[in-house]
Ligand binder design. Structure first.
Ligand SMILES: [Zn+2]
Length: 507
């Protein structure tokens, strides 16, 4: 007898519907599987047969053929176990094929028949709904991912026996449903990391605020222990929460990587901090079965590269395309994949190899060594960083001072307001934030009076700025004015923006 059921394969971060077809016929007993499968999928036959047996169902030895169609998509992962088991049992006549119409199944089977969680369920359920499935059965472990997809019945199962009983008896699986609109209207629990925990470092905090408001890339320089990482890790907290659409997009990436928290989909923007020994593949994504890398996991959030000069040059060079386009293209034998990677880059570096330059009591690096260290970051990468901030030493008085520092919530309020202004200003254009502005459009969006223009000209000549630095100053000044709610750019905005530029040649 023949039967089929729908499941899905993961291609990059997208899911594609796969038809699992099973034929059971009389003949020499065997179990064969075809359809461009990798080793993990081929192993399914052993798990499926044993799981069915250990769930208490007897299969008489017959000729079983399993086909996963279409044949041009490479299938990987253990998620086909459950649909294969169900289709095999339908072919054996445990229940009728009619029960399997418009239903989607995915899950890994243990030898005892238990159903284990798999990666990528969120995208699979989304795709199942798009393909017109009315219901889906997914592992109980992944239920919080699947249940946020509206317009499809989502059942969670933890054992093959439960699934079979769902089909043959009145003991149905329970429906899981999370009203996503309601969930998003609730007040979220935000991260425990707060700017109020950091004493002093007002320049850095202000730089973080400006960077967040205009989504500018930020480079922090400072001695070890000056709080660079503490500041960077608090930046997602002052960014606006993701809306439903962004959250589903980002959660889908984390779901494919198997990194979604048990609480379900993400609301806070991601913060990723890969170690400097990270391989290019781990950073960009890839592998024989391409998986999203750190830059895609940071999509719509913050990618923090601590001690950026320590990263391999080749690794950093890869960042150029995603920083430019907000996505990365990866070519493999199995096809071309595009991973979204639109993130805010925050990097930190020591002022020299030992970390204490220009404190000559502690730093013994010579000028050449200092310059060489600073020039380890390539020019094209530096060109994509709008803000440079120096971490100063925190004075004892600041540490001991009574009173409280500004909280994340207070800073966030200003950032939100500045982003709202940008949204209104760039409505209908291709830009979203001040950092997206190109040199040609700067004039249209940065109105200033003649006196400010004159002052700017003077700074340009005095500091011998390059055209590129000049444009960056304008963009940052635009954001500083937005933080003040000021449409026109004033001298004080330009002045502060200049402060966040390093001297030419010392970048
Ligand atoms: Zn040094």
């Amino acid at each position: 007898m023949f039967s089929k059921v729908k499941s899905a394969a993961i291609c990059g971060i997208e899911s594609r519907i796969i038809s699992v077809e099973v034929d059971v016929a009389n003949g020499l007993p065997q179990f064969s599987m075809v359809g461009f499968l990798n080793a993990q999928v081929r192993e399914a036959q052993d798990r499926v047969r044993t799981a069915i047996k250990n769930s208490g169902y007897h299969l008489t030895p017959k000729k079983v053929t399993v086909n996963l169609a279409p044949a041009d998509i490479r299938k990987s992962g253990p998620g086909f176990d459950l649909p294969i088991a169900v289709a095999v049992m339908a072919s054996y006549g445990f229940f009728s094929q009619d029960m399997l119409e418009d239903i989607f199944l995915a899950g890994e089977l243990g030898l005892d028949g238990s159903i284990r969680g798999i990666c990528g369920v969120l995208g699979m359920v989304m795709e199942a709904r798009r393909a017109g499935c009315k219901s889906c059965i997914i592992p109980e472990e992944n239920i919080r991912e699947g249940a946020v997809i509206q317009g499809i019945q989502v059942f969670g199962a933890s054992h093959l026996k439960e699934v079979v009983e769902h089909f043959i008896s009145c003991r149905k699986l329970h429906i899981a449903f999370i009203n996503i609109e309601e969930k998003f209207s609730e007040k979220p629990v935000r991260t425990a990391l707060d700017f109020a925990d950091i004493r002093g470092q007002h320049t850095l905090k202000r730089a973080a605020e400006i960077a967040a408001a205009g989504m500018h890339n930020l480079l922090i320089s400072g001695a070890p222990g000056s709080g660079k990482t503490m500041i960077a890790s608090r930046i997602p907290g002052i960014l606006p929460l993701m809306d439903i659409e962004e959250s589903l997009e980002v959660s889908q990436i984390h779901s494919v990587a198997g990194l979604l928290p048990p609480s379900g989909i993400l609301r806070e923007r991601p913060f990723r901090m890969p170690h400097h020994t990270v391989s290019p593949v781990a950073l960009t994504g890839g592998g024989t079965v391409p998986r999203p890398g750190e830059i895609s996991l940071a999509h719509r959030g913050v990618l923090y590269l601590d001690e950026i000069p320590e990263f391999q040059k080749e690794t950093l060079e890869i960042l150029r395309q995603p920083l430019e386009e907000g996505k990365i293209r990866i070519s493999r034998n199995s096809g071309q994949f595009v991973f979204p990677s639109d993130f805010m880059l925050v990097a930190s570096r020591n002022p020299c190899k030992c970390g204490y330059y220009p404190d000559r009591t502690r730093c013994h690096c010579n000028e050449y060594e200092v310059m060489r260290y600073l020039h380890k970051i390539s020019r094209p990468l530096l060109d994509r960083i709008d803000l440079h901030a120096e971490a100063g030493e925190v004075q004892y008085e600041e540490l001991a001072r009574e009173g409280s520092e500004e909280t994340t919530a207070e800073i966030r309020k200003r950032v939100l307001e500045a982003q709202r202004l940008q949204k209104r200003r760039y409505a209908g254009s291709t830009f979203r934030f001040n950092s997206d502005l190109t040199a040609a459009e700067l004039k249209d969006y940065c109105p200033m009076d003649d006196e400010v223009k004159l002052q700017l000209k003077r700074i340009y000549e005095q500091k011998r700025l390059t055209a590129r630095s000049y444009h960056k100053i304008m963009k940052v000044a635009r954001t500083i004015a937005d933080l003040e709610g000021c449409e026109e750019i004033r001298m004080r905005h330009v002045g502060e923006a200049v402060y966040y530029r390093p001297a030419e040649g010392l970048q």
